[in-house]
Design a protein around this ligand. Structure first.
Ligand SMILES: *[C@@H]1O[C@H](CO)[C@@H](O)[C@H](O)[C@H]1NC(C)=O
Ligand SMILES: *[C@@H]1O[C@H](CO)[C@@H](O)[C@H](O)[C@H]1NC(C)=O
Ligand SMILES: *[C@@H]1O[C@H](CO)[C@@H](O)[C@H](O)[C@H]1NC(C)=O
Ligand SMILES: *[C@@H]1O[C@H](CO)[C@@H](O)[C@H](O)[C@H]1NC(C)=O
Ligand SMILES: *[C@@H]1O[C@H](CO)[C@@H](O)[C@H](O)[C@H]1NC(C)=O
Ligand SMILES: *[C@@H]1O[C@H](CO)[C@@H](O)[C@H](O)[C@H]1NC(C)=O
Ligand SMILES: *[C@@H]1O[C@H](CO)[C@@H](O)[C@H](O)[C@H]1NC(C)=O
Ligand SMILES: *[C@@H]1O[C@H](CO)[C@@H](O)[C@H](O)[C@H]1NC(C)=O
Ligand SMILES: *[C@@H]1O[C@H](CO)[C@@H](O)[C@H](O)[C@H]1NC(C)=O
Ligand SMILES: *[C@@H]1O[C@H](CO)[C@@H](O)[C@H](O)[C@H]1NC(C)=O
Ligand SMILES: *[C@@H]1O[C@H](CO)[C@@H](O)[C@H](O)[C@H]1NC(C)=O
Length: 611
C-alpha cells in the first residue's frame, strides 16, 4: 500500500540506488541538470570530443519538494590541462621551464571541479566523495562562510540546502578539511616562492617543510569543488533556433563560423572543439552566440560584427584548455611571450563612435591561456552588461578577470583568477556580488598600471574565499593601483614614485562590503598615478594576515600609499580618502591601530580618514 512512509523509503531507495557515474538528469520547471557521456577521469589531456570529469566528487541535485536526486555533471580542470608546460601546440617535446604562472600547482596535483545547474525552487545538493571518504558534520566548510546554508550529512554524503532567490542564483565552494593544501614559501624573504615536499624530482622541492623559516602563505583546497546554481534563462536571452539567420553548430570539430552568414550561432548541449590551432573567429554577421546548458565549447571567441548590440548568453562552457599558454594566432598558436597578440578568450573590435553594448549572461569560462578578455577599437563607446558569469581553472599566470569598459555593469560573478581580477580602468562602472578565488599574482581590485581619469565607480559585495601571493613582489592586496606598466623598465618602475600624471584624477569611487576569508594580503597598495579624491573603502573584513612569524617578515600584509609626483615637481594630492569600518579578525581598525592591527601606511601629507 502507498503510504507517505513507503513513499519516503522508495524515494530514498531511488536516491541511493543511482550509480554516481550514471547520467540520470532532469529537465522540468524546477530543475535542469546535464551530463556528458564523454567524461574522462585522467591527468592526461582529454580527447578533443571529451570533457574532463571530476576524479573526486559526484553531485546529485533534488528540488526540495520532490526530493528526487538527479545527476549533475562535475567538470574538472587541472593545471596546464595535462599538457605540461609546452610551447608548441600538441607537441610534448616542446616542454619548457619558462614561467607560465604555475609553480607547484601541477606537481602537487591541484584540481578544480565545478558543476552548474538551473533551478526555480530551493534545491538540495548531495555531494559524494569518490575516494570513499565519509563526510561528517565537522569535515567540511562552505565558502563564502556567510552564506549560512543549512546542511546535513548521511551515509557519508553531504546534503546542502541551496535556497532559490528570485532572479539571482548562488555560487559557492565546498571544502573538506582533509583536502586542504598549505602553501609555504621557501624562505622568509620576498624573493622566495612556494615550495613543495611531495615530489622529490619536481620543482621547488624541499625535504621538509620548516614551519619557522618557510612561512605559511595560504591554505586552499587541493581539489576545489565549486557549485553554480543559476535561475532559469530568461526567454529574451535564448535564441529561437528555428528563426532565420541561425546556425546550429554540429558537434565535434567547429568549422565554418568564419564564413557563416548567420547572425546567431547556437551551441546545443554537447562537446565542440576548435583545436589548439584554431578558434571561433566569427564572421562579421554574427552578433549573438548562445551556449546552451550542457554545451562545452573548446575554443576562444573573436567578434567581427559592427552591430551595436552583441550577445553572449547561455549556461554552457567556453574552454581554453586546448591552447598552450599565451597561444598566439599570429605565431602559429605557439606560446608567445608578448602582450598584444596572444589569444583572448573574448575579443572584438568596436566601430568608431558607435555606442556598443555587449550582453553576457550565464557562461562559464574555463582555463583561459592568457588575459580572458580585451576589446579593441572605440572602447570609450563600449559597455558590458555581464551577469551570472563564471571563470574557473585559471591556473596559468596573467589570467585576469574581465575589463569593465565605460558604463559597464557586472553582477553575480565567480572569478578564479591569477592576475588582476576586478579591473576598473574606466568610469561609470558598477561591479557587485563577486566571489573570488585568487592565485598568485596581482591585487583583487586593480585600478592602476597607468595614469587614468576615473570617476563614479562602485565595487560592492566582494567575497574573497581564497587569496594567495607568493611574495612581496607579486602585488599582494585587496585593492591595488600598481605603478606604471612598462615591461622595459619593470624592475625600476615598480617603486619609482615619479611616474604620476597630476593632470589626471580618480574620484568618487566606493569599495564597499569586502570580505577576505582566511589568510589575506594587505588592504591596499596604491601608487597613486593621478590625484585621488572622494575614495571610500567601507566595511572590509580581513580574517587574518597570517600568524607565522616568518610570514610577517616577508612584509606582504603591509598596505602602502606613498607620495607620488610627476617628475617635474608636481605632487599627487589625495583628498577625502576614507577607510571606514575596516576590521581585521574581530578588531576594528582605528587611527591609533592603523599601523598595527590595520598594517596601514600612507604618506602623511595625504588626507586620509580612518573611521
Ligand atoms: C545516458 O547515456 C546513454 C548511453 O551513453 C545515452 O544513450 C542516453 O541518452 C543518456 N541519457 C541521458 C538522460 O543523458
Ligand atoms: C549569516 O550569519 C551571519 C551571522 O549570524 C550574519 O551576519 C549574516 O548576515 C548571515 N548571512 C546571510 C546571507 O544571511
Ligand atoms: C576559415 O577558417 C578556416 C580554419 O578553421 C580556414 O581554413 C579558412 O581559410 C577560413 N576562411 C576564411 C574565408 O577566412
Ligand atoms: C580572423 O578573422 C579576421 C576577419 O575575417 C581575419 O582578418 C583574421 O586574419 C582572422 N584571424 C586568423 C588568426 O585567422
Ligand atoms: C560618465 O557619466 C557621466 C554622466 O552621465 C558622463 O558625463 C561621462 O561622460 C561618463 N564618462 C565616461 C567615461 O563614460
Ligand atoms: C622614474 O620615472 C620618471 C618618469 O617616468 C623617469 O623620468 C625616471 O627616469 C624614472 N626613474 C627611474 C629610477 O627609473
Ligand atoms: C592635482 O593636484 C595638483 C596639486 O594640488 C593640482 O595642481 C592639479 O590641478 C590637480 N589635478 C587635477 C586633475 O585635479
Ligand atoms: C585626464 O584628463 C585631463 C583633462 O582633460 C587631461 O589633461 C589628461 O591628460 C587626462 N589623463 C589621461 C591619463 O588621459
Ligand atoms: C568630492 O566630494 C565633494 C563632496 O561631495 C564634492 O563637492 C566634490 O566635487 C567631489 N570631488 C570630485 C573631484 O568629484
Ligand atoms: C615590499 O615592497 C614594497 C614596494 O612595493 C616595499 O616598499 C617594501 O619595503 C617591501 N617590503 C619588504 C619586506 O621587502
Ligand atoms: C612634494 O612633496 C614633497 C615630499 O614628498 C615635498 O618635499 C615637496 O615640498 C612637495 N612639493 C610641493 C610643490 O608641494
Amino acid at each position: 500500500m502507498w503510504t507517505p512512509s513507503t513513499l519516503v523509503i522508495l524515494l530514498i531507495g531511488i536516491a541511493t540506488a543511482r550509480a554516481t557515474s550514471s547520467n540520470n538528469t532532469i529537465s522540468n520547471s524546477k530543475l535542469l541538470t546535464w551530463w556528458h557521456d564523454s567524461g574522462e577521469i585522467t591527468q592526461s589531456p582529454v580527447q578533443p570530443a571529451s570533457v574532463r570529469q571530476s576524479h573526486l566528487y559526484s553531485i546529485q541535485v533534488a528540488n526540495s519538494v520532490d526530493q528526487i536526486y538527479y545527476d549533475s555533471f562535475i567538470y574538472e580542470t587541472i593545471p596546464r590541462n595535462g599538457q605540461g608546460n609546452i610551447l608548441v601546440p600538441n607537441d610534448p617535446t616542446s616542454k619548457t621551464t619558462a614561467n607560465d604562472g604555475i609553480t607547484i600547482e601541477e606537481t602537487i596535483g591541484m584540481t578544480m571541479s565545478w558543476t552548474s545547474f538551473l533551478y526555480s525552487a530551493d534545491a538540495w545538493v548531495k555531494v559524494h566523495r569518490l575516494d570513499g571518504f565519509s563526510i561528517e558534520s565537522n569535515s567540511f566548510v562552505i565558502r563564502p562562510t556567510n552564506l549560512n546554508f543549512t546542511t546535513s550529512t548521511a551515509n557519508g554524503d553531504l546534503f546542502i540546502l541551496v535556497p532559490y532567490d528570485q532572479g539571482s542564483g548562488t555560487k559557492f565552494s565546498v571544502e573538506f578539511n582533509d583536502n586542504l593544501y598549505e602553501f609555504h614559501d621557501g624562505c622568509s624573504d620576498p624573493s622566495c616562492s612556494y615550495v613543495q615536499d611531495s615530489t622529490a624530482d619536481g620543482p621547488y622541492y624541499v625535504d621538509e617543510m620548516d614551519e619557522n623559516s618557510m612561512p605559511l602563505m595560504a591554505v586552499e583546497p587541493l581539489d576545489s569543488l565549486l557549485i553554480f546554481a543559476s535561475p532559469f534563462e530568461d526567454a529574451s536571452l535564448v535564441p529561437d533556433e528555428t528563426s532565420e539567420n541561425v546556425l546550429v553548430v554540429d558537434e565535434g570539430r567547429i568549422t565554418g563560423l568564419n564564413t557563416t552568414e548567420a547572425n546567431t550561432i547556437i551551441f546545443k548541449a554537447g562537446v565542440y572543439y576548435a583545436t589548439a590551432t584554431d578558434y571561433l573567429n566569427l564572421s562579421a554577421t554574427v552578433d549573438w552566440l548562445y551556449f546552451a546548458p550542457g554545451a562545452y565549447v573548446k575554443g576562444a571567441v573573436e567578434f567581427h560584427t559592427a552591430s551595436s548590440l552583441i550577445k553572449t548568453t547561455g549556461h554552457g562552457v567556453l574552454s581554453g584548455e586546448q591552447y598552450v599558454y599565451q597561444a598566439d594566432p599570429t605565431y602559429g598558436f605557439q606560446n608567445h611571450n608578448v602582450n598584444g597578440s596572444p589569444l583572448r578568450m573574448w575579443k572584438g573590435t568596436v566601430p568608431n563612435g558607435q555606442q556598443t553594448t555587449w550582453i553576457v549572461d550565464g557562461p562559464t569560462l574555463n582555463s583561459p591561456p592568457f588575459n580572458s578578455m580585451d576589446w579593441y577599437g572605440d572602447i570609450s563607446a563600449f559597455s558590458v552588461m555581464c551577469t551570472d558569469y563564471k571563470q574557473v581553472g585559471a591556473f596559468f599566470g596573467q589570467t585576469d578577470g574581465m575589463q569593465a569598459y565605460p558604463g559597464s555593469v557586472y553582477q553575480d560573478i565567480f572569478y578564479h583568477t591569477n592576475d588582476d581580477t576586478i579591473k576598473i580602468y574606466y568610469s561609470n562602472v558598477t561591479v557587485s556580488d563577486v566571489t573570488v578565488q585568487k592565485a598568485t599574482t596581482a591585487p583583487v581590485i586593480q585600478f592602476g598600471w597607468a595614469s587614468r581619469n576615473l570617476s563614479n565607480i562602485q565595487v560592492d559585495n566582494i567575497n574573497i574565499i581564497h587569496s594567495r601571493w607568493n611574495s612581496n613582489g607579486s602585488n599582494p592586496g585587496l585593492i591595488g593601483s600598481n605603478n606604471v606598466y612598462d615591461p622595459s623598465t619593470a624592475s625600476t618602475s615598480a617603486t619609482n614614485t615619479s611616474t604620476a600624471n597630476t593632470y589626471s584624477s580618480a574620484s568618487n569611487i566606493v569599495f564597499a562590503n569586502i570580505r577576505a576569508e582566511g589568510i589575506s594580503g594587505p588592504l591596499m597598495r596604491i601608487y597613486a598615478l593621478e590625484n585621488l579624491s572622494n575614495i571610500t573603502i567601507s566595511n572590509v573584513w580581513i580574517e587574518e594576515f597570517g600568524s607565522c612569524g616568518g610570514y610577517e617578515n616577508i612584509g606582504i600584509s603591509e598596505s602602502f600609499m606613498p607620495a607620488m609626483d610627476d617628475g617635474n615637481g608636481n605632487n599627487v594630492t589625495v583628498d577625502n580618502f576614507v577607510i571606514s569600518n575596516f576590521i581585521v579578525g574581530d578588531e576594528k581598525v582605528s587611527l591609533d591601530t592603523a599601523s598595527t592591527t590595520g598594517q596601514l601606511y600612507w604618506n602623511p601629507a595625504f588626507d586620509v580618514t580612518i573611521q
